[in-house]
Design a binder for this molecule. Sequence first.
Ligand code: ATP
Ligand code: MG
Length: 140
Amino acid sequence: MAIERTFSILKPDATERNITGAINALIEQAGLRIVAQKRIRMTREQAETFYAVHKERPFFGELVDFMTSGPVVVQVLEGEGAIAKYRDVMGATDPSKAADGTIRKLHAKSIGENSVHGSDAAETAKIEIAQFFSGNEIVG
Ligand code: ATP
Ligand code: MG
């Protein structure tokens, strides 16, 4: 399998509880390398752009409110099959359905406040990374 890059967000429920290091440890234990990382406060416009695919969904307003409610940590993760691997490490969107040992099983509070985001495909990974990082900020 090829070396890939995926985009990750440690969401406001994670920064609020000061568990970004615990989540990063799970990421690294899975063999993924954090090749870019910064802590930001997402603007409403950034969150609306980022989640535009969900704009017709009933939870869109709630999602944008949550993602702008506190600091987030945006990251680029690199590794063998990083996109699928990180989705596995994250676990299911709803923490009550997430497998044991996954980030969401261990840390997520609810289906909305679910601690992490990870890109779902190569094309979205590329777009999402470019929304938050310039090339010289990613050091593999
Ligand atoms: P993400 O895109 O954040 O990695 P995902 O791909 O597992 O998560 P999506 O279906 O893309 O899930 O939903 C995006 C985000 O919207 C979820 O991570 C969650 O924060 C929020 N969300 C999804 N479904 C609901 C819901 N029913 N109620 C509230 N929030 C939801
Ligand atoms: Mg998604």
